[in-house]
Design a protein around this ligand. Structure first.
Ligand SMILES: C[S@@+](CC[C@H](N)C(=O)[O-])C[C@H]1O[C@@H](n2cnc3c(N)ncnc32)[C@H](O)[C@@H]1O
Length: 269
């Protein structure tokens, strides 16, 4: 291919906006001539393409696998998935705040779930960062306690950078000594090289998302499917694989069905 015809797509490094992407060029496809040479950062075209993933033995797409999340992640190939979600079972809220009603009534289901120690969350994030393709995204649900006290130590040893954050307005009143919680927070982390142009393709996602939390039936920490589906569409292509190693009610699986992506994930329960 003549370099002069590359149209700014990732194929030959001189065209890739000054970023040296030589090492990734084998994995990325060039879609020559489909869009104008000069794209804005708000372009709706995604030129990043994930490689075909080899499914580990015994795993299946779009199923609710029951296994340990760290074991699951250790069996995935490096640099193979464009999107991951992680919603750790935080100890913070139950240990740092004593309301006196832990384990009774509606909080029973939450108390019964296995909590993740900090070093385990860090190991989850480290393994996810290995599985992500360059420019790939991790959407990390963070509780208010960790958000206030800082949690960047979790990805300090990885190739991930925090690039954005969203707030989910749950339209329900939760716990709190002072203010009562009605929201949850989602950090957006990106594997290096950090880049939005040609990678993030939906530009009308607001950083506050309102959707009434579902109550009863499922899981006490179920996350909004529509929001997760929109984020998945923003950073992946149809048919791409999305992982969630601590999937709870498998809301990310539902989001993948909505967004027409392949889901691969598990939970202990
Ligand atoms: C906050 S919930 C996830 C909720 C989920 N995002 C949803 O929308 O339903 C965290 C989950 O992590 C699971 N978990 C805890 N330790 C785990 C481990 N080592 N491997 C896999 N899952 C684990 C718990 O069973 C719990 O269901």
């Amino acid at each position: 291919m003549a370099r002069g015809r590359c149209n700014g797509f990732i194929r030959c490094s001189p065209c890739a906006n000054g970023v040296n992407l030589d090492q990734w060029t084998k994995r990325l496809k060039c879609r020559i001539g489909k869009v104008p040479a000069k794209k804005s950062v708000f372009s709706n075209f995604r030129d990043l393409t994930a490689p075909e993933m080899t499914l580990p033995e015994g795993m299946a797409y779009n199923t609710r696998m029951k296994m340990d999340g760290l074991d699951f992640l250790s069996r995935l190939e490096a640099d193979s998935v464009p999107v991951a979600f992680l919603d750790p079972q935080y100890r913070g809220i139950l240990e740092k705040m004593r309301y006196g009603n832990e384990g009774v009534g509606r909080s029973r289901a939450r108390c019964d779930l296995r909590q993740m120690p900090e070093d385990e969350i860090q190991r989850f994030i480290l393994r996810i960062s290995k599985c992500l393709i360059p420019n790939g995204h991790l959407f990390l649900w963070v509780d208010k306690f960790h958000l206030c006290n800082g949690c960047s130590v979790w990805w300090k040893e990885t190739d991930l950078d925090a690039v954005d954050m969203l707030t989910w307005d749950k339209k329900r009143m939760g716990m709190g000594y002072r203010t009562r919680r009605s929201s949850e927070h989602l950090m957006v982390l990106q594997k290096q090289p950090r880049r939005a142009k040609g990678v993030w393709q939906i530009h009308d996602i607001l950083d506050v998302f309102t959707q009434k939390a579902e109550r009863g039936g499922g899981h006490p920490h179920r996350k909004p499917v529509r929001l997760q589906a929109k984020l998945i569409r923003a950073v992946s292509n149809p048919g791409d694989v999305v992982i969630d190693p601590a999937a709870g009610s498998f809301s990310v699986l539902d989001a993948c069905v909505m967004a027409r992506r392949k889901f691969l994930g598990c939970d202990l329960i």
